[in-house]
Design a protein around this ligand. Structure first.
Ligand code: ZN
Length: 280
């Protein structure tokens, strides 16, 4: 199943360009707000398997984030070995760095993002996971059982804020308004071609800047959820930006950062594509 947020209403896709409205089809049992659906995820997916209703057009410009108001929104750092190397940090062994992608930074898949004035904004193409069941101290090997689905994201990062000061400010540097785009829709794990091996590509003004595969993760999705759940109580609707492959801009020489007027396109195999344009 593919689930999207169209003008603030949950819809189930029937094709790449058509969908039906969840609240209308369920006569109010689920929706219209997509966020509450994750609290009822098992009942919802059981119902959705046989649901249908009148088709509506899925217009790109009306799509919002797949989890607009998660209780917790997390980012994972240093989860691809090549990115660890280019960043100059040590390879994480027990746990990767974890930081908040604060809720106020979350936007839909095709927004115009205002760059931080005087800042150094960089791209990070990432697989984003949405939690579908409460997960606390879960068993080894069961992480994917707690996933509602996957979507495409950018962990946009303002490096000056992130790296200045006596200790890194990962949470704030990556949480300016619009800096956590996600979409275009949620894909349930059963519909992914290979849930642990998806190609990720990022392009800036048509030039490929990042390529990788989620099979290169140091902590794969299932392991991440298992490890996070030993500390946190992950809640339905929670969002995890799972880390970026190599090819970010700030470690290049000379440093390469996003400029006003540029377009960033991020694609994940089996899910879809998001696109941001930037203003100064
Ligand atoms: Zn990141």
């Amino acid at each position: 199943m593919r689930l999207a947020n169209l003008d603030g209403r949950a819809v189930i896709l029937t094709t790449d360009t058509t969908a039906f409205d969840v609240a209308d089809a369920s006569e109010g049992r689920f929706g219209p707000d997509i966020q509450g659906i994750y609290d009822d995820w098992d009942d919802f997916t059981a119902w959705a398997g046989t649901a249908s209703s009148a088709e509506i057009a899925l217009e790109q410009g009306r799509l919002g984030p797949v989890s607009p108001r998660p209780l917790q929104s997390l980012g994972i750092g240093l989860n691809y070995a090549d990115h660890v190397t280019e960043s100059g940090f040590g390879r994480p062994e027990k746990l990767p760095p974890v930081f908040p992608k604060f809720q106020s930074s979350i936007v839909g898949p095709y927004e115009t993002v205002a760059l931080v004035p005087g800042g150094r904004t960089d791209w990070e193409a990432e697989l984003v996971i949405v939690i579908g069941r409460t997960a606390h101290s879960i068993a080894e090997g069961s992480g994917w059982d707690y996933v509602a689905g996957a979507t495409v994201g950018q962990d946009l990062s303002e490096r000056a804020t992130q790296l200045e000061g006596p200790a890194p400010q990962f949470g704030l540097g990556k949480s300016f308004p619009g800096y956590s785009p996600q979409g275009p829709w949620l894909v349930t794990p059963d519909e992914l071609p290979d849930r642990d091996d998806l190609g990720i590509t990022g392009t800036l003004d048509g030039e490929v800047v990042q390529t990788g595969r989620t099979s290169q993760m140091i902590f794969p999705v299932g392991v991440l959820i298992e490890k996070l759940s030993q500390i946190l109580v992950l809640q339905p609707g929670d969002v995890i930006y799972t880390g970026t492959p190599s090819g970010v801009g700030f470690t290049r020489e000379p440093e390469w950062l996003i400029q006003p007027g540029q377009t960033l396109v991020t694609t994940i195999e089996g899910i879809g594509t998001i696109r941001q344009t930037f203003t100064g």
